[in-house]
Write a protein that binds this ligand. Structure first.
Ligand code: PEP
Ligand code: MG
Length: 909
């Protein structure tokens, strides 16, 4: 260690609207200490205190306790002296005691590193002073027993003796509750609290062999050293290692005066917001309680009152209280303590301007003096988020880039889908939890079969898993719930495309189709019972929870316009129908990045022809069936091209394994046999023949097109004819034909050849041509590795990161729901890789595939159409590796547009 500099400042004071430090000194003062200093120095009355620097922590680790205490003793004593002067009370004084809090504070927030010690400075005599000062014996003794409990746990190591034991103090409290026949902490009498204090101290002595420290100075030094030690405690070391924070950062120690809002009618406490967190309206608002502690405001025991007169009047209107009664019984702080209100109003203004964002503040009034305890950027609804950002921009407080960066992309979802009525949600009971597969809120009656979705006006389709056959029912239902399947399961992908609320992979659900029941934790629900889903959190609620339709505000449109100005990467959509395409365009999609053609085959008239094609044993038979499908496909494509009005449209050739199209239930198999005039056995044989052990790794994608070239021929013809038909109507569409699941160059070439030959034939027949591209999905790891060779022929790449994730991790898309939640729970995985692109692993293949592809063809168009194309961190990654576009479900288009703009802004910073 270097020579110790004995004269440098090790203790930074704050208080009395002054401070030695500021917010830029996070490395030295820790995040908390720097912010307290900042607030104090801009004139905010924070309870005075001081911060012992992070460097002292490092010195402590090198020199040990004795030397370090000697180094900082004078400074700490002077700093306490300063607090005493500012607070007009004395540390350890029996009549007018000063109590302090002690907290850790590293340069970055490290949740749970060390608990806080509050009310430090109490002992058997000081507690009497506090009782007198607050005129509240109950409060004083409760504070004292909490202090011993916190100090005992944090400083004196009073932890459970073994993992089977409970906290030793909790054990004593439980014992007393049992003896007294009470259940809540609040039911303790003053005598109970005194008994607890006695028993707690006895327990400390028994366990540690020492008396509980009564001298406030001993308490303070004990707490300071405990904070330093906590930096090398198991929790902190684990957290540091996980995040790669170096051990020599150290933690600061913050010591701050305690202030009390329960010292009589001239005291109080409250929470306030500089703008409305629900609507974003620029009105100062909040709640307060006279003669109360902070937790009373949130605990709901007493009804808090409104801070402003306007807020109070609005509240009274809702509560149907006459103005006269309101003013008398529920006065606002503005009316009751006008000068305090004015002061608070001034600070909210200063703080919002200083932090340039809506603030959520906590304050306490102690005996007529206002203290601001905390300020932070306030949490807000999606609607408020957009309004506040655009208002701050208009008010000149922030610039355009800052306004864009103020938006939390995923929160835009709230604006595009129904949400639960917050009041109804408060009363709702969560019956189970699944994956948040498709955002929004839905409430309805349970149906178990897709073809019964219209049985009730509002239904929730509950399935073990969904299949393409369920499409129509999924469209009718208000929401979809599945017991199996992950974030890229059929249900999840389709629901997101439809903008429909979906919770998938809720493993706790036991679904019995025969009895039409759903069992969760021993509770049985029947068809027709109401349930509600939150597709944004994965919560499943019992009963009906009222929902509200979203309304898109003018500010939303302004925000999106701004995103277009700064966004450099294009945003396309995954859309299979003209309706989806139109929705996406209204959100600003700049093309279609993926049309999955398989979904087009499930409508009643088509599925029949499709099945005939599959069941046909000869090429001729197959061609006949495909001829029936051709006009239908052509009109599908015409619809989509028309909706996109000349924007690029990527159409993917048939991808799923054929067994998905044949009936698996006996009744439908019989129907098919009759319709086709063949035996039931023949149908059964074909179904059995198509069965695969790993269909996702089986006969699908271009493997299908290469073994049944007639399918590729028919689809190409449909695409090219549709494009020519539209050309005649004056719409120049730009089809991009995409070959799925390519792994070798030859696979691509074989398909390309069929496509080009077919297109040329159509051009000759029609004596006209259209421009089109032939490209491929990169979704098999081998394709990413061979990208340079594939790019010699392919005109574009689109990364299918759903399959690429499946094959890179070796996790089945359909079954990963069985273990992924456990992996995430245990920290083996941080997030679901089907939801958030694994940049470290799968991302390498995406980056490498892009680079290799462009090494052969520098202007190769590259995009992504896996579900990650609408997930914020993945979209940013795509921008950073130079993709031309991302493609996502229609309702995620605004999110992707915003992230594209944010990514460009961040990259330029
Ligand atoms: C993919 O694999 O990422 C993809 C878009 O295709 P699908 O989800 O249809 O397999
Ligand atoms: Mg795929």
């Amino acid at each position: 260690m270097e020579v110790i500099d004995k004269v440098k400042t090790r203790v930074y004071r704050f208080g009395n609207k002054k401070a030695d430090g500021n917010s830029k000194m996070k490395n030295l003062l820790g995040g908390k200490g720097a912010n307290l200093a900042e607030m104090s120095s801009i004139g905010i009355p924070v309870p005075p205190g001081f911060t012992i620097t992070t460097e002292v922590c490092t010195e402590y680790n090198a020199l040990g306790q004795e030397e370090v205490v000697a180094l900082i003793k004078d400074e700490v004593e002077q700093a306490i002296d300063n607090i005493e002067t500012l607070m007009g009370s004395t540390f350890g004084d029996i009549d007018n005691p000063l109590l302090v809090s002690v907290r850790s504070g590293a340069r970055v927030s490290m949740p749970g590193m060390m608990d806080t010690v509050l009310n430090l400075g109490l002992n058997d005599e000081v507690v009497l002073g506090l009782a007198k000062k607050t005129n509240n014996e109950q409060f004083a003794w409760d504070s004292y027993r909490r202090f011993i409990q916190m100090y005992g746990g944090v400083v004196l190591g009073m932890k459970p003796a073994s993992k089977e034991d409970i906290d030793p103090f909790e054990e004593i409290m439980e014992h007393l509750k049992h003896k007294r026949g009470i259940t809540l902490d609040t039911e303790f009498t003053v005598q109970d609290l005194k008994d607890l204090v006695y028993d707690f101290k006895e327990a400390v002595k028994k366990r540690t062999g020492h008396d509980f420290p009564t001298d406030p100075w001993d308490q303070l030094w004990g707490a300071i050293i405990a904070v330093f030690n906590s930096w090398n405690g198991d929790r902190a070391v684990y957290y540091r290692t996980m995040h790669g924070y170096p051990a020599d950062w150290g933690t600061a120690v913050n010591v701050q005066a305690m202030v009390y809002g329960n010292m009589g009618d001239n005291s109080g406490t409250g929470v306030c917001f500089t703008r409305d967190a629900g609507t974003g309206e620029n009105v100062f608002n909040g709640e307060y309680l006279i003669n109360a502690q902070g937790e009373d405001v949130v605990a709901g025991v007493r009804t808090p009152q409104q801070i402003t007169k306007l807020g109070s009047q609005r509240w009274a209107e809702l509560a149907k209280i006459e103005e006269e009664e309101r003013a008398k019984d529920y006065p606002s702080l503005e009316e009751l303590m006008p000068s305090i209100f004015e002061e608070l109003n001034g600070y909210q203004d200063i703080l919002e301007k200083h932090y340039r964002d809506m603030q959520d503040m906590e304050f306490t009034i102690q005996d007529g003096k206002l203290w601001i305890l905390q300020t932070r950027n306030g949490k807000r609804t999606g609607a408020a988020m957009v309004k506040i950002a655009m208002d701050l921009l208009k008010e000149g407080m922030i610039n355009e880039k800052e306004a864009l960066l103020l938006i939390e992309p995923n929160k835009l979802d709230e604006l595009l889908h129904p949400i639960f009525d917050p009041a109804a949600l408060k009363r709702a009971h969560v019956m189970a939890q699944g994956l948040p597969a498709s955002p929004g809120a839905a409430t309805g009656k349970i149906v178990f079969f897709a073809d019964e979705a219209s049985k009730f006006k509002n239904s929730i389709l509950v399935r073990i898993e969904t299949s393409p056959e369920d499409l129509e029912g999924m469209n009718i239902a208000k929401g979809i719930l599945t017991a199996r399947g992950g974030m890229t399961s059929h249900a999840a992908v389709v629901a997101r495309g439809m903008g429909k609320c979906c919770v998938s992979g809720a493993g706790a659900l036991k679904i019995n189709y025969k009895t039409r029941t759903l069992t969760v934790n021993g509770h049985e629900y029947h068809e027709g019972d109401w349930i509600s889903l939150n597709g944004s959190t994965g919560n499943i609620f019992e009963g009906k929870v009222a929902t509200m339709e979203p309304e898109l505000s003018g500010e939303f449109a302004e925000l999106m316009e701004l995103a277009s100005v700064y966004g450099k990467m294009n945003v396309r959509t995954n859309a299979d129908t003209p309706k989806d395409a139109k929705v996406a365009r209204s959100f600003g999609a700049q093309g279609i990045g993926l049309t999955r053609t398989e979904h087009m085959f499930f409508e009643v008239d088509r599925i029949k022809a499709m099945r005939e094609m599959i069941l046909a044993d000869t090429v001729k038979g197959r061609k006949q069936a495909l001829e029936e499908l051709l006009p239908m496909q052509r009109s599908d494509f015409e619809g989509i091209f028309e909706a996109m009005q000349g924007l690029p449209v990527t159409i993917r050739l048939l991808d799923p394994p054929l067994h998905e199209f044949v009936p698996h239930q006996l009744t439908t198999q019989k129907e098919l046999a009759e319709e086709m005039h063949i035996s039931l056995q023949a149908v059964k044989n074909k179904v059995a023949e198509l069965e695969e052990f790993n269909p996702m790794l089986g006969h699908r994608g271009c493997r299908l097109g290469n073994t049944y070239p007639e399918i590729t021929e028919m689809q190409t013809r449909a695409i090219i004819e549709a494009a020519l038909n539209l050309k005649e109507k004056g719409i120049n569409c730009r089809p991009e034909i995409m070959i799925p699941l390519v792994g070798t160059v030859r696979e691509f070439e074989a398909q390309e050849q069929i496509i080009r030959t077919t297109a040329n034939t159509v051009f000759e027949e029609r004596e006209d041509t259209v421009d089109y591209l032939v490209g491929t999905m990169i979704e098999v790891p081998r394709a990413a590795l061979m990208a340079d060779a594939i790019a010699e022929r392919a005109e574009f790449f689109s990364f299918g990161t759903n399959d690429l994730t499946q094959m890179t991790f070796g996790y089945s898309r359909d079954d990963a729901g069985k273990f992924l939640p456990i992996y995430i729970d245990k920290g083996i995985l941080k997030v679901d890789p089907f939801e958030v692109l694994d940049q470290e692993g799968v991302g390498q293949l995406v980056k490498l595939g892009t680079e290799r592809g462009r090494s052969t063809k520098p202007d190769l168009k590259v995009g992504i159409c896996g579900e990650h194309g609408g997930e914020p961190s993945s979209v940013e990654f795509c921008y950073n590796i130079g993709m031309d576009y991302v493609s996502c479900s229609p309702y995620r288009v605004p999110i992707a547009r915003l992230v594209a703009a944010q990514a460009a802004i961040k990259a330029a910073q």
